[in-house]
Design a protein around this ligand. Structure first.
Ligand SMILES: [Zn+2]
Length: 364
């Protein structure tokens, strides 16, 4: 199969992560649908020319359901808007256009509070918060955003950083429907090629490492951009031989999950999960976990409740059902939710974050 870069159209590149045949992570079958669930190749490819990490192919028809907006995302949006304004980079008054994302997290309310009016045309502020990665044609998507940017305006482009995926062994961020995995150096070059300047970069802890670039048609970058580019380059985000290290983390984290669940089963402790997310789908499939080991996963999304996980076939229940089941331990698949779920669901036993499994065990 010929792969062509979604940005520069080069055919030269390397597959750095191959998860094999995976179910579409946004397809939650009916509870008694016996399957088998259709599976599709799931691979990350890095362009040898421009360095953009991307989904090699996607034979699914992504219909990512709009998730329930986590409090962490809402808080981060407010923080981001304050930081851009404090840096003097947010136009006072004028218009705003937002490219939405199925992850939620609209900034329009926050920007209306700062005097910006929503428009459908060219805008002084363009917001793209986890939006552009959902576009199969990255070149067309970025061009559209540039054309919409009014002279003197700013493009606020926020993404889950490839450096965080690499540094945090977040191989299960790879999913159908997410076409691009941005590093700051690759994305900054794409923006420069459109005649834009990255004025500054802000970092956030969301998803283990999120970056917001403030981009304009003119002006000069500040030191934060070069600093982040250098840091990510030295972490190896442009080097396929480093990125392919993600492949070795797959077995390690899947093994840690399976071992931990078997240990809990051995002690007789009851464990239920929380967070029927795409990340959980891939991890459970790789770990070979079924409902004997993990009888149910709770999720706040009503669209998923009463259905089952693709692949692993674990039933999805509501948070109320989770509380009623009184498990000894709740395994949290979405670490960003920890504070929120702990306070919303009191009395359900110990919360354990999936990213902490296998930690403290020396690597072999
Ligand atoms: Zn390319």
């Amino acid at each position: 199969m010929v792969i062509e870069c979604r940005w520069c159209r080069s055919g030269e590149g390397v597959v750095v992560l191959d998860l094999g045949a995976q179910p579409a992570s946004d397809h939650f079958p009916a509870l008694h649908d016996a399957g088998p669930d259709p599976v599709y190749p799931l691979r990350m490819w890095v362009c040898g020319s421009c360095g953009l990490a991307q989904l090699a192919e996607d034979a699914t028809t992504p219909e990512e359901p709009r998730g329930v907006e986590p409090a962490a995302l809402v808080e981060q949006a407010a923080d981001a808007v304050s930081r851009v304004a404090a840096a003097g980079l947010l136009p006072v008054g004028g218009t705003v256009f937002e490219y939405g994302s199925p992850h939620g997290g609209s900034w329009l309310g926050l920007l209306a509070d700062r005097g910006l009016t929503a428009t459908d045309g060219q805008a002084d502020v363009i917001v793209d918060c986890f939006g552009m990665m959902h576009e199969p044609d990255q070149a067309a998507a970025l061009r559209a955003r540039v054309e919409r940017l009014a002279p003197g305006g700013v493009l606020l482009l926020q993404y889950h950083s490839l450096a965080a995926i690499l540094g945090g062994a977040q191989w299960n961020s790879l999913r159908h429907g997410h076409y691009a995995y941005y590093s700051t150096p690759a994305l900054a070059t794409m923006l420069q090629q459109c005649g834009l300047v990255v004025r500054t970069a802000f970092r956030f802890d969301l998803y283990g490492g999120t970056v917001l670039l403030v981009v304009a048609r003119e002006g000069a970058p500040d030191g934060s951009v070069a600093e982040l580019v250098v840091e990510e380059e030295s972490a190896g985000v442009l080097r396929p031989e480093v990125l392919s290290g993600l492949q070795t983390t797959v077995g390690r984290s899947a093994g840690a999950l399976a071992d931990w669940l078997h240990e809990r089963a051995g002690t007789g402790e009851t464990v239920l999960g929380y967070g029927a997310a795409s990340r959980s789908v891939a991890l459970l499939c790789q770990a070979g976990v079924d409902q004997k080991l993990l009888p149910a996963i709770a999720d706040a999304s009503e669209a998923k409740q009463g259905r089952r996980m693709p692949g692993s076939a674990i039933p999805v229940i509501s948070p109320v059902e989770l509380m009623a089941a009184r498990p000894d331990v709740v395994l949290l698949f979405l670490p960003d939710l920890l504070e929120e779920v702990r306070s919303r669901l009191p009395g359900v036993g110990t919360w354990v974050s999936v990213e902490d499994l296998g930690r403290g065990t020396p690597e072999e």
